[in-house]
Write a protein that binds this ligand. Sequence first.
Ligand SMILES: [Zn+2]
Length: 440
Amino acid sequence: MGNGQKVNLWLDNWMRDDHSLMNHSTQQIIDTTLTVKDTLMDTGEWDINFLTANLPLTIVNQLVAIPAPKDTDGPDSLGWRGTNTRQFTVQSAYNLQRRDHMSIDGNWKSMWSWKGPHRIQTFMWIAAHECLLTNYRRSKWRSGISPTCPACGNEDETIIHVLRDCMHATQIWIRLVTSNHITNFFSLTCRDWIFYNMEGAHNKEWQTIFMVACWHLWTWRNKSIFEDDFRRPNNPTHVILKMAMKIDRCEQTHLNGWPRQKDTVFIGWKQPREGWIKLNCDGAHKSSMNLSGCGGLLRDNNDICLSSFARKIGSCDALHAEMWGMYIGMDLTTRKRITHLQVESDSKVLVDIVTGNCNVNENIPTLVRRIRDLTSMNWHVQINHTWREENKSADWLANYSLTLNSFDLHVLETPPRELQSLLFYDFSGTCMPRSVRLGF
Ligand SMILES: [Zn+2]
C-alpha cells in the first residue's frame, strides 16, 4: 500500500496476513466503495471510532499497527495479491542478512571456535546437519516406527520439535530468551535457528547457553526413553545456566597461556557529542496480550530531557514495534529544529535494515521507507545500535505505552517518577556490568 487512495477498504487484501476485511465486518451492510484513505481522519490518523464500529477488536488492533497511509508514501501498487514475494517477514530479513554477510563456510566457524566440551560441539554439528536420530527420521527409514514425539505425543518428533517446539523445550527457552527476541527465536527454521543462535545473536555468552541447552534437551530426551527411573530436573534452566557459566569460566582460566580473552565492560547511557541531540527509541511486544507499543526520548549533552513519548501501537511483531519507535521519535524530532541527531536503538536488525547493511530489496516496509526519507532530509542523522542496558529509559517508555488506554501518541512533558529515577541513573553515569569476549 502506498497512499491508500486506490485500495478498497473492504474488498482488497491489503492487511499483513492477506485477508480482505469484508469477512470480518460486524455490520450487516457495508459501503464497498470506501478506500483505505477514506477511513482516515482529517489529522491523517486512523478513525478509531469508525473502525471499532465496523470491526472486531482483534482486527482493529492489527489494523492500527499498520502505518496510516500518507500522500508522501506514493501511489498504491496493486497486483501483489496472492504473491508471497511482496510480504515482508522478520524471517526473510534475517535470511537476507545472513546471505549477505556470511558464506556457508563461515557459518561453521562459530561452532568450531567455541571453547567448551567436545561432545557438545559434536552434538551441535550433527544437529546442524539435521542428522539427529529423532522418531520422525527413524520412521522414514523403517516402517512401523511412530514419528510422534514420545514426550508430548502432539506432533512429529523432528529436530526442531525436540530442541525448541516441544513443551519441555519451550518452557526452558521462554525463561532464557529475552522478551524482545522471543518472536524471532520461535519463527526461524531448524538450520537457520541453530546458526543464528550460534553466531551469538544476542551476545557471545548466548552461544554457550544455547549450545548447552540444546545438548541437555537431547540428553534428557534420550534418558527418558532409555532409562526407566530417569526424571527430568525440576529446574532445568538452572542446570543449563550453571553448566554454561562453568564452561565460560573455564575458558577464562585455561586458555593455554594466552592472555584472558574475556572481560567485563561497564556500559551505560552516554551523552551525545556536543551540539548533537540523542534519540533513544525502543519497541515493546507482549505476546500474551498480542499487543505492541513503543517509546523514546530526546536528550542533549547537558543531561536535559527535551521530550519523551509513548504510543500503544496495536498487534504487530517485535521488529515492527521497534520500527514504530524509531519512526515516531524521528518524526517528532523534525518539528524541533534540531540539526544534528544521533539515533540509538537496541535492535541490531532494525539498524541494519535502515542503514542499508541488510538488504531487503523491494520488500521495504513502509515505516523503514519513512525513516529513510527522514534521514535524507536536510540535517545530520546518525543511526547506531546500542546495548539494552544503554537503552533502559526508552525501554521503560515502550513498556509504559502498553498500559495506555488509547492509540494516541502521548508526548510526556514531565517524565513520570519511575522514569525520572532511570534518567537520574543515566545522567549520573551508572553502569551495568556486561561480560564480553575480546578479540576473536
Ligand atoms: Zn513433544
